[in-house]
Write a protein that binds this ligand. Structure first.
Ligand code: ADP
Length: 261
């Protein structure tokens, strides 16, 4: 029957994906989606086959960050065709299903779970080296669905250096433990400010919180990304960090090195 078929398609797909990474954060606005999108782009630039899936149903932003909100996904035979960002990078977001980019989604839990499963089983992803999943902040239906559907998925946690944000990270860590998924590591974003004039990193918020936390919980600390006003300007244009040279691109490359190894 239909459900069995779907389950088979899902299992077949998951077998064809070598690494599944869910990007999480305790709260919104810490740069989780920015990190997810850049990670996908940097990995694909290195020649890996990458899928980027935005499961943030209520606040999808991958399309915006990548400058492709106007893209739509269409059925092709039985399957849905993902948006091709480049030869190596396929992108799927709820944004690509909306009639109008400003439409609000008011789906309840079961419908959300259904659509997320459909994004995994019914999208023509092909073989992937990396599937990067941008989940909404917190520990709601979406990350839970991912953790339950993809048992070998690993969590990448994005935080900012402030105390409150770190307290939220602890919740993400507890969540991962409860649903039994491994934590790949923590990234501290908006950690210091790169002065456009002198290039020095100034610590606006206390820096090093992510470092402290990863020591305390014995998780890998993958790096600190400073605040760079260029990230906002460029991402409004749909440009990612691979497009301009500077400290932040260097740091992103170091993070990617650690993730690959
Ligand atoms: P989240 O997914 O956690 O809600 P976003 O990735 O959407 O956060 O980022 C929120 C805003 O912060 C965006 O406007 C983004 O361009 C900006 N931003 C993210 N990281 C940085 C950074 N390191 N420096 C400057 N701005 C950033």
């Amino acid at each position: 029957d239909k459900n069995k078929e779907k389950l088979e398609r899902l299992e077949n797909f998951l077998k064809k994906v070598s690494n599944k990474i869910m990007v999480m954060s305790g709260k919104g606005g810490v740069g989780k989606s920015t990190v997810a999108a850049n990670l996908a782009v940097f990995l694909s630039n290195r020649g890996y086959k990458v899928g980027l899936l935005d499961v943030d149903v209520h606040g999808p932003s991958i399309g915006t960050i990548m400058g492709i909100v106007w893209q739509r996904i269409y059925p092709s035979g039985e399957m849905l065709k993902p948006v091709l960002w480049s030869k190596n990078l396929k992108v799927v977001s709820v944004q690509f299903l909306l009639e109008n980019p400003d439409d609000a989604i008011i789906w309840r839990g079961p419908i959300k779970i259904g659509i997320i499963n459909q994004f995994l089983s019914d999208v023509d992803w092909g073989e992937l080296d990396y599937l990067i999943i941008d989940s909404p902040p917190g520990t709601g239906d979406e990350p839970l669905t991912i953790a339950q559907t993809i048992p070998d998925c690993k969590a990448l946690i994005v935080t900012t250096p402030q105390k409150l944000s770190l307290a939220d990270v602890r919740k993400s860590l507890t969540f991962c433990k409860q649903v039994n998924i491994d934590v790949l590591g923590v990234i501290e974003n908006m950690s210091g400010f790169v002065c456009p004039n002198c290039g020095t990193v100034h610590n606006i918020f206390k820096s090093g919180g992510g470092d402290e936390l990863s020591k305390q919980y014995k998780i890998d600390f993958l790096g600190k990304i400073p605040i760079d006003p260029k990230i906002v300007e460029e991402s409004d244009e749909g440009n990612l960090l691979d497009k301009y040279n500077g400290k932040v691109k260097e740091i992103m490359n170091e993070i990617v090195d650690k993730i690959i190894n």
